[in-house]
Design a protein around this ligand. Sequence first.
Ligand SMILES: Nc1ncnc2c1ncn2[C@@H]1O[C@H](COP(=O)(O)OP(=O)(O)OP(=O)(O)O)[C@@H](O)[C@H]1O
Ligand SMILES: [Mg+2]
Length: 226
Amino acid sequence: MFSSKKSAVSVRNAVKRYEGGVLGLAGVSLECRPGTVTALVGRSGCGKTTLLNLCGAMDFPTSGEVEVAGLVTSGLGDAALTELRRTKIGFVFQFFQLLPALTAMENIELPLLLSGAKNPAAAAHERLGWVGLAEKAESLPYQLSGGQMQRIAIARALVHDPAILVADEPTGNLDTASADGILKLIRRAADEFGAAVVMATHSAEAAAIADVRVRMRDGHIESVDS
Ligand SMILES: Nc1ncnc2c1ncn2[C@@H]1O[C@H](COP(=O)(O)OP(=O)(O)OP(=O)(O)O)[C@@H](O)[C@H]1O
Ligand SMILES: [Mg+2]
């Protein structure tokens, strides 16, 4: 299912060479459209996280170009980059990355507080309900299961209605049942909110929810199926 809308992420012939000379990406081009899920698959070290970091404006290509929400990331100063990440991009990680001293609700609210958004509590409550954990608002992360922590992390990632959701092995640390629930939410992020989801995964179940599967090998895109 391909949207005809303009790409939310456009990667054009991106090469990423790390300090020390390791080639993370050897020339990759990719378009991610609103309302679609793109899965990056391939064995460990093939470049999935490297490509995700470029898509999330967390890192930059050594050559080539990455455009995120209409902005070429390499040309942006620190303030513009921070603004781009805080307003247009949501991040989900394998190990959840919740702040342990903050409640579920506070974790979800935090991105809005940082960006100075109006009425952060209302938006955070809405997303908490959306991930099905309204009753856990006051829980601290250690009081939650892995699946519940990842739900909170997804609520946090989506609280500001990002155009792009970047997910690195979002089910890599979860049992099958919890993973299934997380994948449903990720699918709904694209379907209901129109996010362009880019997800790196080793899981066949996760790849199965994608509209586009990008198979990587040694820093290259080997094949794309949609
Ligand atoms: N910060 C870094 N400095 C130097 N080399 C790096 C760095 N990050 C990644 N690499 C190298 O770049 C290549 C791609 O790594 P990357 O983390 O993108 O792989 P991956 O596909 O995400 O692997 P995995 O499935 O294990 O998460 C690897 O050879 C890796 O060792
Ligand atoms: Mg990785």
